[in-house]
Design a protein around this ligand. Structure first.
Ligand SMILES: C[S@@+](CC[C@H](N)C(=O)[O-])C[C@H]1O[C@@H](n2cnc3c(N)ncnc32)[C@H](O)[C@@H]1O
Length: 213
């Protein structure tokens, strides 16, 4: 995360979220539309877009939940995965479709809550950089991109439900988050730390749930 004095965080987030941004993520041009989570500002999306493609076995079906700009989904598709991506936010869905078109890859982007858009389907792997701050994000810029309900409600639903969709899931937590130990506990004892990345003193942890790959 950016290190700003606390009183400046929300004004900066509002200013940033109101603008479109163009990034180069691993050689891939990524547009971030106004109101959509920026995968470079917070680094997690850009990190996953660099890390996960190396894990793809060509032709595998990957699902990304909460795709935002679609940066991770596009990187997976470039690595020859068959990719479906979803987001609850219509602006993110439009943004991910735009980036898939700009990148020249096929990504099936759908709108809806968690696994609802893929009900009845099976995938090889599910990945999600889910919001886990408490609350519903009301009033904050990009509130739904950061807030996942009380007591890690969204994270808990993801953990409880991914097994009906895929044998393996990956999700990320930041150790800089004050309630990291509680968020880690919400993943359950079966979650394994498989990668860590340091950015400006912050550790971002990637966890594997379900069957090992
Ligand atoms: C932290 S952002 C991650 C975006 C992108 N994957 C990345 O890493 O840059 C979380 C995303 O999850 C989406 N989201 C929040 N609640 C959701 C839900 N219940 N179902 C699906 N997507 C959701 C938000 O709209 C946001 O785009």
């Amino acid at each position: 995360m950016l290190r700003l004095p606390r009183p400046l965080v929300v004004p900066f987030a509002r200013w940033h979220a109101a603008r479109a941004h163009l990034h180069n993520v691993g050689g891939q041009a990524i547009v971030v539309l106004p109101g959509v989570f920026d995968p470079v500002l917070t680094k997690v999306g850009a990190w996953l877009a660099g890390e996960l493609p190396g894990w793809v076995r060509p032709g595998e079906r990957w699902l990304e939940i909460g795709t935002g700009s679609g940066v991770v989904a596009c990187a997976l598709a470039r690595a020859e995965a068959r990719v479906t991506a979803s987001d609850i936010d219509p602006a993110a869905v439009r943004n991910a479709r735009l980036n898939a078109a700009l990148t020249g890859v096929m990504v099936d982007v759908r709108e809806g809550d968690l696994f609802a858009p893929v009900a009845g389907e099976r995938f090889d792997v599910v990945v999600a950089n889910l919001p886990f701050w408490p609350g519903n994000g009301g009033g904050l810029p990009l509130g739904r991109a950061f807030s996942g309900g009380e007591d890690f409600a969204l994270l808990r639903r993801f953990v409880a439900e991914f097994g009906g969709i895929a044998p393996t899931a990956y999700t990320v937590l930041s150790e800089a988050f004050a309630a990291f130990p509680e968020a880690r506990a919400a993943l359950g004892s079966g979650a394994r730390l498989v990668r860590r990345q340091r950015y400006r003193g912050e550790w971002m942890d990637l966890f594997e749930l379900g069957a090992c790959r």
